[in-house]
Design a protein around this ligand. Structure first.
Ligand code: G6P
Length: 608
């Protein structure tokens, strides 16, 4: 949520900051700004409401050759999206960009107003800037002032701060909001997300909570919360430029949908072997004995990650007897008086590895001594670092705000965890083999769906794009599929769409059926086929506009039927989900929406 960039070196800072902001725009895109400083302490601060392209227009008339600066793209928390509220904020001698929330900003504001500070924006960030400025007047260094201010602050932050009188350094600090520093000969790059560093350097330092640092042309000096020098650990950045470009696709979302066969191969690589019936996730740090003892699995996430956990939870239940699955929405769990039974392991599911609510659950569960395993995509992210062990889903950069390839690989990763549980507990070997075979076949089966269904789904999307409402229904594993299908559609098309368990239809949702609504019914040809068919008959009887997504050849009465022919049985929902992803994408395109950056949303939600 919000993106931070910073640069100090010998190249044009405006160019580097703007390129970085474009890469980070998916984190927030309601306003943006950059500030650069020259050796004579002359600053150029440019800000604009709207997307980074709006800022670019402003820069075009204000080009300068400065070699140090900071920038920001914003997702509003305090104060409406506007130029006035855009970062960097300038107050006194201080320039600041900030991700996160300062919770005690109102108390601080009162103190600062007594010191004659007048605020131009509605943001908590400007108040933090003023606090730093007031301390800077009595400090020898900017580091001292920032460090003093942060001791008075309650909340979460990733910040980059400069003072108008010193073009030689940028002070950075993090607490609960990611910050990465890239280093190279004579230059330092700052970013809230590794994608902004790709192409500049592959030597990166992931800052930890409580750390504060000074970036100069000589590198990064890092300190812990007690002002002790920390030896920064330089790691290799694994992202490549290809993965953060559209590569000929109109949108990142479409590219990411089509990447799924490959991203899934990366998830599966070395983790299953159909010949030997082997399934193993290397990084769990959990022994077979510990796996055998597990009786409860908490699966925690937000949004799509939560739905991935829900679907995979069904799979674990099918694979292993005697294990109870507890799915939790992170923002709920963190405030519940919940009980954790003995022999529990928690799976913390997050694409970004930075989601604030998910992270809060992880902290609480660790405090209670629960073994926490991450199911994370972003390498080096906070959740990945804080968990006891875990699995990287390895789908590469997911840029589009709506999650697609991460979902598929999260489901698959957790299912492999289920297979490991089943193996450790000596559960049904035949079922384990079936799952491993299906996982192995899944990338090809997805390719088949993409190759054979794209045209048909596009036509369908055209037909239904003008509706106002939609319900998605399914039973068993198709229920979480329905929830995810509805989420995808609402995120990018803005059609109000809700997912329901088919059996719940007559307990309320059926009352909604009218001419402005269509219904997406997922029906699999399995032991629940007749029951799902009855639901379809019931809604048809009420004049529904039903779209069925199914794997059966049997005759089904509906306005439209998308038939996915597959040899899969257990993992078929993941194929149906690809159909819904394509459907949501094409509906959003027809409606003229910003597919990759839908209104009001952000990719990485680092505030509550
Ligand atoms: C935001 C994103 C979703 C994502 C959710 C959880 O809402 O827009 O796509 O599913 O956060 O994010 P995480 O990074 O924890 O998976």
């Amino acid at each position: 949520m919000c993106g931070i960039v910073g640069y100090i070196g010998n190249k044009n800072a405006q160019n580097i900051l703007m390129a970085g902001l474009k890469r980070l725009e998916y984190r927030g895109y309601d306003s943006a700004g950059i500030m650069t400083l020259d050796e004579k302490e002359k600053s150029v601060l440019l800000r604009a409401k709207g997307k980074v392209s709006e800022l670019e227009k402003r820069i075009n008339g204000n080009k300068v050759e400065h070699t140090v600066g900071i920038g920001h793209t914003r997702w509003a928390t305090h104060g409406e999206p506007s130029k006035r509220n855009a970062h960097p904020h300038a107050i006194g001698d201080i320039y600041i960009v900030h991700n996160g929330i300062i919770e005690n900003y109102q108390d601080l504001k009162l103190i600062l107003e007594q010191r004659d500070y007048v605020f131009k924006s509605d943001t908590d960030t400007e108040i933090l800037g003023a606090l730093i400025d007031s301390l800077y007047k009595q400090s020898e260094t900017l580091l001292e002032a920032v460090s003093g201010a942060l001791q008075m602050v309650v909340g979460a932050y990733g910040i980059a701060v400069m003072s108008a009188d010193n073009p030689e350094e940028i002070v950075v600090a993090r607490q609960g909001s990611p910050l990465i520093v890239g280093v190279d000969e004579g230059e330092v790059f700052i970013a809230s997300d590794a994608s902004a560093l790709v192409g500049h350097t592959d030597k990166v330092i992931y800052m930890h909570d409580g750390e504060i640092g000074v970036c100069s042309r000589d590198g990064l000096e890092l300190y812990d919360g007690d002002s002790h020098v920390v030896r920064a650990q330089v790691e290799k950045l694994e992202l490549d430029v290809q993965s953060i470009q559209k590569n000929g696709y109109d949108h990142f979302l479409l590219k990411e949908i089509y990447e799924q066969p490959d991203s899934l191969r990366a998830t599966l690589s070395g983790r299953i072997d159909p010949k030997t019936g082997y399934a193993k996730l290397g990084g769990l740090n959990v022994s077979d004995e510990q796996l055998r003892d597990i009786e409860h699995v908490f699966i925690i996430g937000c949004g799509t990650a939560y739905y991935a956990g829900l679907l995979a939870g069904y799979y674990i239940e099918k694979l292993v007897d005697g294990v109870t699955i507890h799915n939790h929405i992170a923002s709920e769990l963190r405030y519940r008086s919940f009980h954790v039974p003995e022999s529990t392991v928690a799976l913390i599911v997050s694409q970004s590895g930075e989601t604030a609510d998910t992270l809060a659950c992880l902290t609480e569960l660790k405090r209670r001594g629960v073994t926490c395993l991450g199911v994370v995509n972003a390498v080096g992210s906070t959740i990945a670092r804080e968990v006891d062990g875990g699995v990287y889903v390895h789908v590469g950069a997911e840029i589009s705000v709506a999650s697609t390839k991460a979902f598929t690989s999260q489901v698959v990763s957790i299912t492999i965890f289920g297979l490991m549980l089943a193996q450790a507990k000596g559960a049904g070997l035949q079922l384990i083999d079936e799952y491993i075979e299906e996982l192995d076949a899944l990338p090809k089966e997805i390719t088949k769906v993409l190759e054979t269904k794209a045209g048909e789904v596009k036509k369908l999307a055209k037909k239904y794009a003008s509706y106002d409402h939609a319900v998605f229904t399914g039973r068993d594993t198709l229920y979480p599929t329905a929830l995810e299908g509805a989420l995808k559609l609402k995120e990018i098309s803005y059609i109000q769409s809700e997912g329901y368990a088919s059996g719940e239809l007559k307990h309320g949702p059926i009352a909604l059926i009218d001419d402005r609504m269509f219904e997406v019914c997922y029906i699999q040809d399995n032991w629940l086929y007749e029951k799902s068919q009855s639901n379809l008959i019931e809604i048809n009887a009420r004049g529904a506009h039903a779209i069925v997504i199914t794997d059966t050849d049997k005759r089904l009465s509906a306005e439209a039927v998308v038939r996915v022919s597959t040899r899969l049985r257990h993992l078929t929902p993941l194929l149906f989900n690809v159909v819904s992803q394509l459907f949501a994408y094409h509906v959003a395109v027809v409606r003229g929406n910003d597919v990759d950056q839908p209104r009001n949303l952000a990719k990485s939600v680092t505030v509550e």
